[in-house]
Design a protein around this ligand. Sequence first.
Ligand code: NAD
Ligand code: MG
Length: 407
Amino acid sequence: MSAVPLRNNKAAASAVRTVSVLGATGSIGDSTMDLLRASPDRYQVEALTANTNVEGLAKLAREFGARYAAVADPDRLGALKDALAGTRTECGAGESAIIEAAARPADWVMAAVSGAAGLKPALAAVDRGASVALANKECLVCAGDFFMQRAAKAGACILPADSEHNALFQALGSGNREELVRVIITASGGPFRTWAAADIEQATLAQALKHPNWSMGQKITIDSASMMNKGLEVIEASYLFALTPDEIDVLVHPQSIIHGMVEFSDRSVVAQLGAPDMRTPIAHCLGWPDRIVGPAAKLDLAKIGQLTFEEPDFGRFPGLRLAYDALRTGRGATTVFNAANEVAVAAFIGGKIRFGAIARLVEATMNDWVRSGNLAPLTSADDAIAVDHNARNKAATLLPQIALKAS
Ligand code: NAD
Ligand code: MG
């Protein structure tokens, strides 16, 4: 049985739900807390986590009366305890505390840590059969099929929170698997959609952080500019919905109103639309299997006037091509793709490489890994973490020569 549920096979949610938010201080965390804030009688907050932002975490824990708050930085336990003095919130610090936050008994967990660091916490929630709203695509790309198999085994319900995948989740219910022809994931095209390759090569951090439609965390905003984000999303869709690379198309749609579409055998195409506001897909996950009231702006198509579409350009945005390559190679290649991209983005933020070198570092790391012949299916979290670790080391080794090489 798939871990992504069908609408009609889940009992209605109970009146008060216990919820945990992993990555509560981030952009997705913020949107999630906004939804919880709107219905205080409906949700009891079990656990909240952050990386280093103790002040932000403590503020939320106080506001929502969280039972547990955990910060990933092990040196900040004292600061967290001080910030929560006089409350009943238990405190934890370090990676194990983030995992404990996920393992505590909440009905619904938002997995919104950024990067592969979110894998172990997401698995801890999955293993106890929780409903897991999955925003963190990197953990799925890192662990691949194994993540979904583990979720199915534990009876966990994976609710796709990424806007495109949430759209597919909503549209897929219109037909059966045998009737599905393909899914279409839309992409805004990011800030460099119309830029020449030579200009993209030299783009600055400030330019990469200017997303035309979405307000998001730093890593995903840079991934959107390189279209690595769309590549990660192609892989994410493949694992979430058990689709082959040939069944997933990307369509550039600069207005970000249609988030995803599913084509069926009778040539019906079912789409989900909405203003570009993450509170809509998160509200869908939070309300599942019912629908709750969402705070996003009402969609006014007459005011928007035109929805336009373009083919993606695999030449100017090689990250998208590399993602399909990784998916076709399988056996850990998507783990390498993700790990190398995380290293490359950090290097770009740190001013060590040009924007154009992000994809070159990912490609060089993937080529090295294929040449090494260490290709085997991932069968455990430890397998995925080992491949991730080795790929990060390799990318770090390749970094200086990539940094020197002009495009
Ligand atoms: P963000 O950088 O704004 O927030 C990340 C959160 O994770 C923060 O709370 C941070 O404290 C925490 N965190 C970071 N590193 C950590 C670590 N090593 N250990 C523990 N906690 C850590 O990121 P975001 O934009 O909210 O994105 C979160 C995830 O959701 C990403 O995987 C992203 O791809 C995905 N996503 C985001 C959006 C969006 O609109 N922001 C949309 C779709 C998917
Ligand atoms: Mg998305």
